[in-house]
Design a protein around this ligand. Sequence first.
Ligand SMILES: [Zn+2]
Length: 272
Amino acid sequence: MRIITILILMIVVVLNGCSQTIPESEVVITTAASVAVTVETTEQATAIESVTLAFITQAPQSNDNDNYNWALQLINSRNPLPAGYIPELAWIGSYNGSNREFDARAANYVLLLLQAARDDGVNLLLTSSYRRVVRQDENFRDWFQMLVTQGYSRERAFEMTAREIAVPGTSEHNAGLAVDFNYRTDTEHTFDRTAEFAWLRDNAHRFGFILRYPNGKTHITGISYEPWHWRFVGVENAAKIRESGLTLEEYVGVCAGDDSVVTAFRQQLISR
Ligand SMILES: [Zn+2]
């Protein structure tokens, strides 16, 4: 069993496109593998079972036998989504009158999470989930233009915008695998002081979600601390990642990747 788990993790790393020789990440992978095999807790098994049971009518069959490799896809500035990528989507709720959608393979997990939270008296708002790349593009350009109008140079405006908004195609929201939760509309930056956040911290992994951009991990993720942003990775992966304290980058092996998408977008915006 242990050998199988290690092998699976190794395969996951290969599947995630780390084709370059990256000796440092091998060390990390070994750590992830050893952590992974030691966290087979009863709690985790119970969580998986209860999720599976709740799925008897709606669960996509393919999910039962895979290892959620698809849910481990690393999406960041150096690992963009393929151009034109649009996931199969499913409805997970609404916010301010707008529908919220998620990758159809994982949408039920969001619904189960929301239901469990409600059962515990916790009301989570779905402020953001799947976001079309076109929308991401508009958001980025709007923010960028606002800063330029305020007098920042185009180079500086790009840097500042990129810190707040992912370049189109490099956001997990574009893949439909991330949700931004909140409990009011205007409190994102203090969300980690709420009971809602505490509930997520203690329970989100049971439904396959991880805090994707933890405090103090910006040097690895490239993204500032975002207590509201939760990423679906599958129940088992979420438990292992949470237990190990690793970021997704470390868990799948840090891929150097290719920043050509970001570079091209930057060039387009800063030159007129
Ligand atoms: Zn987000």
